[in-house]
Design a protein around this ligand. Structure first.
Ligand code: AHQ
Length: 236
């Protein structure tokens, strides 16, 4: 086991290598993005992923509460605004959680059944809670590192935008706005997440820890898909 730290370039390459375990490769996601999902499977996915979406601002607030660095907080707080929405100085943005509910309605779910969480499976909730609880108790730099699954997120959002209109024309196009917004938001998130991670994890041991943290978060996303596949089945 090497005791010499990787250069930032090599370290970033090792982080990106972990994309092979990203949930874009999970059979449930492959089913969704290759047009094989039924209406019920898509509705189940949207309703279950709501548990994750509403947890993100809580997770990000946990990071802020652990972070003494004002400059880092000034950038990180944007993530909460992205999801919860805001009304600042006359500028109003409904936010990503509202856009996710719209996605639910576009698939034929009612706002009420998305928001009341009746479709959320225990496995999805446990994975989401593991992520939030990790961010609450871990050093804030480790929680920042765990958000780096977003290195791989623009591709999955673009894949949905490229395939869902063709495969699922019955989903009203406005419902996909969430994915359109996330392509640029994920890129901006990663710019800060990577900067903090490459700077903080600067010894061989710390870099191995960073890879373990990213693996944990990849497992959170994978486990969510496992739970949904168990509940709704995977049509190959
Ligand atoms: O919509 C997603 C989102 O807002 C976030 C925040 C970020 C984080 O802080 O961990 N991760 C994330 C992700 C979102 N969408 C997922 C998807 O597949 O639609 C991907 C997920 C991620 O890559 O971590």
């Amino acid at each position: 086991m090497s005791h010499t730290a990787w250069t930032p370039t090599e370290f970033e390459a090792r982080l990106r290598e972990q994309g092979k375990a990203y949930h874009i490769h999970h059979p449930f996601n492959v089913m969704l993005n290759t047009g094989k999902a039924s209406r019920e499977q898509i509705q189940g996915w949207v309703a279950n992923r709501y548990a994750y979406q509403i947890a993100i601002p809580v997770k990000d607030a946990a990071v802020l509460s652990n972070c003494p660095d004002r400059d880092v907080r000034r950038e990180w707080i944007q993530r909460i605004l992205d999801h919860d929405g805001f009304e600042l100085g006359g500028v109003r943005d409904e936010g990503g959680i509202e856009a996710w509910i719209r996605l639910g309605e576009a698939t034929g779910l009612t706002r009420e059944e998305v928001v009341d969480g009746r479709h959320i499976t225990p496995g999805v909730q446990f994975a989401v809670d593991a992520y939030v609880n990790f961010a609450r108790r871990a050093p804030w730099q480790e929680a920042v590192c765990s958000s780096l699954t977003e290195l791989f997120a623009p591709e999955i959002h673009k894949q949905r935008l490229a395939t869902w209109p063709e495969h699922y024309p019955w989903i009203e196009s406005g419902g996909l706005q969430y994915f359109r917004n996330r392509v640029s938001q994920a890129r901006r998130d990663v710019e800060q997440g990577l900067r903090v991670t490459l700077d903080h994890f600067n010894t061989a041991a710390l870099q191995r820890r960073a890879l373990d943290i990213l693996k944990f978060k990849l497992d959170v996303l994978w486990a969510m898909n496992d739970a949904m596949a168990t509940r709704y089945g995977v049509t190959a």
